[in-house]
Ligand binder design. Structure first.
Ligand code: ADP
Length: 536
């Protein structure tokens, strides 16, 4: 774009005009200006004596003044002719000389007048020179020339008009340059925004040529934007469905109609939205119904996966809830039908109902906690707590069950000076789940050790629950913290929901910014650990 400041010729003209035409100075004709003018030429050079003579002559000598000596000469001649007698033929010598002198004087006056006019004209021309600084004094040389003065005034008026027009045009040019600059900046910003968008975007004009494409679309369609701009879109992308919808949208009568379609690209899934655009301004109509379109492709692979997982989860939950519920219903029906003949059988039935109801309750609690943590709606009440107290409480709660299975349950606690910023209830539930699992999946006579180790070097504390239980197959280890995952081989050891470990991981990693560890070997036992940051 042209920088207005670089338009030197115009600027010079502008300045010259300002210097050349000055109304105030023109008004001072014959006053100060005439004094200033003497001794220098219109163009500012030292004045020659001839030029000075011309200037002085111009002050009072006009060609018509030659009529005075000419008239005098004519009168003299007439008088002499009338008064001379017949006996004195011819002019006496003295009269002839006088008349001749008067005619020479008339010729001199004419010459001086001519020279003065010429001098005034050349002064005027010099003052009109673009580099002249003597314009305000130009009138000094025109004192005896009313016509030239008028011409000069007209020229000045005209110059003023031209100057005004030129400055108006310069102002308009400056405005246009500013507007152009603004439009250019907005265009660049719009392109930057399109480039910054992570979703692939293609813009196609009314002729089906690609006019914009962002880097995200380069990766998806495998082209270099610089190589494909202004090419027909059909040569740039190969997806027939997308091409067809772009063409339909371009040719459609209604410009408001958006079109959508789902595109598959390998393992990725894209939701494409094709929006008609028009380069024409409102009210403009060139008769053609075709217009440009913008295609925005949004990667919906993860969304689809998430919604698929959600449906699977719901199906799984329904299935898992149905199992204990069916069991409760079946036993209640048997009790109602009087199938439990004796007290012992009835007690057995009640116990089954109680276990199933407990399982149902646990499952619902776990699911609620998990989904609340996932959704970020769980009420977290963090406070400084000594984890050793909490671990001791969990171990004490599990001790009766451990004793029932003749399992040695030991706890190696750290001093209470080590504190973590934690939600007491959630962290207690996590520790209890690990100790409970260890007791559940350890056969009679086994051992469960709960060990706490502070790591001063990285300001963490580790809580490990190690058992001598059945262990976990290596293939299953990566899936241990998945929702509803249960080790097939261990199912017969204890009833469960497959939600406990998922909840533990969420409590440790999501709520307390800690990490989970797991080591296990089939037949030798497992070691679950949680590493939590210690309070400073
Ligand atoms: P649940 O115990 O209710 O089934 P969890 O999420 O707590 O659910 O555990 C998931 C699965 O991990 C269990 O079904 C079990 O197979 C396995 N598991 C958990 N802890 C242990 C352990 N200490 N030893 C062996 N297997 C375990």
């Amino acid at each position: 774009m042209t920088d207005p400041a670089s338009l030197q010729p115009w600027a010079e003209v502008d300045e010259d005009l300002e210097e050349t035409v000055d109304g105030e100075d023109v008004d001072t004709i014959g006053s100060e200006a005439s004094v200033v003018g003497i001794g220098s030429t219109a163009s500012g050079f030292p004045e020659t004596s001839w030029a000075r003579f011309q200037r002085l002559a111009a002050l009072g000598i006009a060609p018509q003044w030659a009529l005075v000596p000419l008239g005098a000469a004519a009168c003299w001649l007439l008088g002499t002719a009338l008064l001379s007698s017949a006996d004195q033929p011819g002019l006496p010598r003295m009269h002839a000389l006088g008349i001749g002198a008067l005619m020479v004087l008339a010729a001199g006056v004419v010459l001086l007048g001519w020279l003065a006019r010429r001098g005034a004209m050349s002064n005027m021309l010099a003052a009109m020179h673009p580099n002249s600084t003597a314009a305000p004094r130009a009138l000094d040389g025109l004192t005896g020339e009313p016509e030239l003065q008028m011409i000069w005034h007209r020229i000045e008026q005209h110059t003023e008009n031209v100057e005004r027009r030129v400055s108006e045009l310069l102002e308009a040019h400056r405005q246009t340059a500013l507007e152009l600059n603004l439009v250019d900046t907005q265009r660049k910003q719009a392109i930057d925004v399109i480039h910054a968008i992570a979703d692939p975007i293609l813009a196609v004009d009314a002729f089906g040529q690609l006019i914009h494409a962002n880097p995200a679309s380069e990766a998806l369609f495998g082209f270099e934007v610089g190589d494909v701009l202004r090419k027909p879109i059909g040569e740039v992308i190969s997806d027939d469905r997308l091409l067809r919808v772009i063409r339909q949208s371009r040719e459609a009568d209604t410009r408001a109609a958006e079109r959508r379609l789902i595109l598959e690209n390998g393992e990725k899934l894209y939701a494409a939205t094709i929006i008609p655009i028009s380069a024409r301004r409102v009210g403009e109509d060139d008769g053609s119904k075709e217009h440009g379109v913008v295609a925005i492709l949004r990667d919906v692979t993860r969304e689809r996966e998430a919604s698929k997982k959600k449906s699977e989860f719901v199906a799984h939950v329904v299935h898992e809830l149905r199992t204990p519920l069916s069991s409760i219903r079946a036993y209640v029906e048997m009790l109602v039908d009087g199938e439990a003949a004796d007290e012992h059988t009835r007690k057995e039935f009640y116990e089954v109902i109680q276990v199933s109801a407990d399982r149902l309750g646990r499952m619902i609690d776990n699911m609620l906690n998990i989904s609340r943590i996932e959704a970020g709606t769980v009420r977290i009440n963090k406070e400084p707590i000594a984890p050793s107290l909490l671990v001791k409480e969990a171990v004490d709660v599990m001790r009766p069950q451990a004793e029932e299975k003749k399992i040695t349950l030991t706890a190696h606690l750290t001093p209470v000076v080590y504190r973590v910023l934690a939600d007491r209830d959630l962290l207690y539930q996590a520790v209890l789940n690990l100790v409970s699992n260890a007791v559940k999946y350890t056969p009679e006579g086994g051992q469960v050790d709960v060990r706490m180790t502070p790591h001063e070097e990285n300001r963490t504390i580790e809580i490990e629950v190690e058992d001598t239980g059945v262990g976990i197959p290596a293939d299953d280890l990566p899936r241990m913290f998945e929702k509803f995952f249960r080790v097939e081989a261990n199912k017969k050891m204890a009833k469960g929901t497959g939600l406990g470990l998922n909840l533990v991981k969420k409590i440790v990693e999501q709520v307390h910014k800690g990490t989970m560890t797991l080591h296990s070997e089939v037949g030798r036992g497992s070691k679950f650990g949680m590493v939590l940051p210690i309070m400073p």
